[in-house]
Write a protein that binds this ligand. Structure first.
Ligand code: GDP
Ligand code: MG
Length: 369
């Protein structure tokens, strides 16, 4: 839907700005002169002035609506996005690091993988995208914002320790979100490693291993000796192929913030995970109350890139502020629109807070002006 600034609206109505602002208060909107208001509000106001408001048709594909991030049935194949979960000290970080080292492309480039919160690994001819953020945090953010940012979960269970409270928590998260799990039975190199005990405990949570007649893939691995890593990654590829994940690279990009921080020299830096479309340098995006034009983009190897397609993480520069991880970003037709979207979001947050804190009648407010 389109927006119009208070100033533009007053010009169109040929009414003084103060009068427009006053009338806006009566319809419950506190707005400044440069603020963008939505069509619905503008329409209400026009009615008061006996003017009929007609919404301009948005140009084709001008603004991507931030609706769902469901599979694009007309799209092409995209890589799976994988999160590693599991109980503390069962080896999530070690496993992620070991997986990172299987990528020849990163060793060719000097073996330096930048920490940007997500990375890609090539297995045979397939690309896998791993989220580096702890799975629990990713899930909390996902649940808070209703965004789906993982296709497959690798659940790490230490072979010498078995199912623990956070393992159960992870299983429940995955079941609730309907995300398939692949079990990595880790620390197989340790004395006392007992994969059968892990499988036994899994059955208590409704998960039956394949070799026990069920459909849950369990791969014995060791992050230390790298035993089973290749097989684990092959299983991930196989599972993702069965899921037939799709996206449309020709659309404007949208996706999720993986992590973000303020860099002293470069300003706000954010890692975005593109979930549909292609993100390009020069694109204007909005994310929550933040917006900006992408000034530069880098991949997980720290290389400068011009675009990032579906399932690709990219570190970007150019945002007005630091967004929160888990927030969704959308490409707008231009920076002005992106800013208007961000401002609108900020305004709705302000109003929500305002309405919560002061339950003052609009008439009371009017008399204060
Ligand atoms: P996280 O808390 O799940 O991220 O676990 P970490 O990756 O930090 O690992 C916890 C401890 O287990 C560390 O001391 C690791 O060195 C150790 N560890 C992780 N994977 C293995 C493994 O495959 N074999 C052995 N022997 N130790 C492991
Ligand atoms: Mg860790």
């Amino acid at each position: 839907e389109g927006t119009i600034s208070v100033k533009e609206l007053s010009d169109k109505l040929k009414k003084p700005v103060t009068e427009v602002i006053r009338e806006l208060i009566f319809v419950g909107v506190m707005a400044g002169i440069n603020q963008e208001i939505d069509f619905e509000t503008a329409e209400k106001l026009c009615k008061k002035f006996d003017v009929q408001a007609i919404e301009k048709e948005e140009e084709e594909g001008a603004v991507e609506e931030d609706t769902d991030l469901e599979e694009d049935i007309n799209g092409v194949k995209r890589s799976p996005i994988i999160t590693v979960m599991g109980h503390v000290d069962h080896g999530k970080t070690s496993l992620l690091d070991a997986i990172k080292q299987t990528d020849v492309t990163s060793t060719e480039a000097g073996g330096i993988t930048q920490h940007i919160g997500a990375y890609t690994v090539k297995v045979n001819n397939e690309t896998l995208t791993f989220l580096d953020t702890p799975g629990h945090e990713a899930f909390t953010a996902m649940r808070a914002r209703g965004a789906k940012i993982t296709d497959i979960v690798i659940l790490v269970v230490a072979a010498d320790d078995g199912i623990m409270p956070q393992t159960v928590e992870a299983i429940n998260h995955c079941k609730a979100a309907e995300v398939p799990m692949i079990i990595a039975i880790n620390k197989m190199d340790k004395v006392g490693a007992n994969p059968d005990r892990v499988k036994q405990e899994l059955t208590e949570h409704g998960l039956v291993a394949e070799d026990w007649g069920g459909d849950v893939i369990c791969v014995p691995v060791s992050a230390h000796t790298r035993e089973g890593l290749e097989q684990l990654l092959e299983m991930v590829v196989l599972s993702s192929e069965m899921m037939e994940l799709k996206a449309d690279p020709d659309r404007n990009a949208k996706g999720t913030v993986v992590e973000a921080r303020l860099d002293k020299g470069r300003g706000p830096v954010a890692t975005l995970l593109v979930q549909n479309g292609t993100l390009k340098v020069g694109d204007s995006i909005y994310v929550g109350t933040t917006y900006g034009r992408i000034r530069a983009m880098f991949n997980d190897k720290g290389e400068k890139i011009k675009e990032a397609g579906p399932s690709m993480p990219a570190e970007i520069l150019g945002l007005s502020d630091v967004p929160s991880s888990g927030e969704r970003f959308v490409v707008a037709k231009d920076e002005k629109t992106a800013r208007a979207r961000a401002d609108k979001k900020a305004e709705s947050i302000r109003q929500e807070k305002f309405q919560k804190s002061h339950k003052v009648s609009l008439e009371d407010l009017y008399s204060q002006i």
